[in-house]
Ligand binder design. Structure first.
Ligand SMILES: Nc1ncnc2c1ncn2[C@@H]1O[C@H](COP(=O)(O)OP(=O)(O)OP(=O)(O)O)[C@@H](O)[C@H]1O
Ligand SMILES: [Mg+2]
Length: 223
């Protein structure tokens, strides 16, 4: 369970003071798929970055299983991200000089999953994402949809508790994007992974367990 309590974040830049997040509070349960929507600049990425401990809120707290993850030391935060978090971005960000299997190896190696267990996990992931037999393919040989499926597979390879996806369908056509999000929501529900997806695509909202709408850094409504 993740609980956000009055999370606020202010940016001070050349443009002046920007209240990117203002008193955001909600709870997300294990296995829930939460979709964050709101216009450009409404604070979606900032919120994902705070949950992912890439940014620290100015005030408020984010509790994960009773621990305020905003107060962890730098080292603990790094370990927390490595073990408990998965990240997906707008571009798949696969390492182009490595094969699909080698890209999937990364999070597994970092979490000490090696040898037979690693090979088994990679095979299982490729099967789940409909990409069996792609082990030796290079990212350049994949379509956009396939690349993004590998990016999702890589993000959940180590079975994280929380998966954060920032506009993962932005570079895909509508139906490919929808299929991908459907697969992720179903998969995360089965595995008990809490999934946060920021998107502009209103067609995805119906699939969410919960929609969080942001407007100028504030939460607009709860559904
Ligand atoms: N590092 C930063 N320094 C200063 N201002 C920032 C920084 N990061 C974000 N902002 C500002 O904070 C606000 C929220 O930005 P954020 O990236 O979270 O929006 P978003 O909802 O993800 O937008 P988009 O849909 O365009 O991705 C914006 O006004 C943005 O310009
Ligand atoms: Mg954004």
């Amino acid at each position: 369970m993740i609980t956000l309590q009055s999370v606020s974040k202010l940016y001070v830049s050349g443009r002046g003071h920007i209240q990117a997040l203002s008193e955001i509070s909600f709870t997300a349960e294990e296995g829930q798929g939460i979709i964050l929507v709101g216009r450009s600049g409404s604070g979606k990425t900032t919120l994902l970055n705070c949950i992912g401990t890439l940014e620290i809120p100015d005030s408020g707290a984010i509790f994960y299983n009773g621990t305020d993850i905003c107060r962890l030391s730098l080292r603990r935060r790094t370990l927390f991200r490595r073990r408990e978090m998965g990240f997906v971005f707008q571009a798949a960000n696969l390492l182009p000089w490595l094969t699909v299997a080698e890209n999937l190896q990364f999070p597994l190696e970092l979490n000490g999953i090696r040898g037979k267990a690693q090979r088994g996990r990679i095979e299982e992931l490729l099967g789940t994402f409909g990409l069996a037999g792609y082990e030796k393919a290079l990212p350049v040989e994949l379509s956009g949809g396939e690349s993004q499926r590998i990016a999702f597979a890589r993000a959940i390879a180590h079975a994280p508790a929380i998966l954060l996806a920032d506009e993962p369908t932005a570079s895909l056509d509508t139906s490919t994007g929808k299929q991908l999000v459907e697969l992720m929501i179903t998969l995360c529900r089965t595995k008990g992974t809490t999934l946060f997806i920021a998107t502009h695509d209103l067609e995805l909202l119906a699939m969410a367990d919960r929609v969080v709408t942001l407007k100028d850094g504030k939460m607009e409504q709860r559904t």
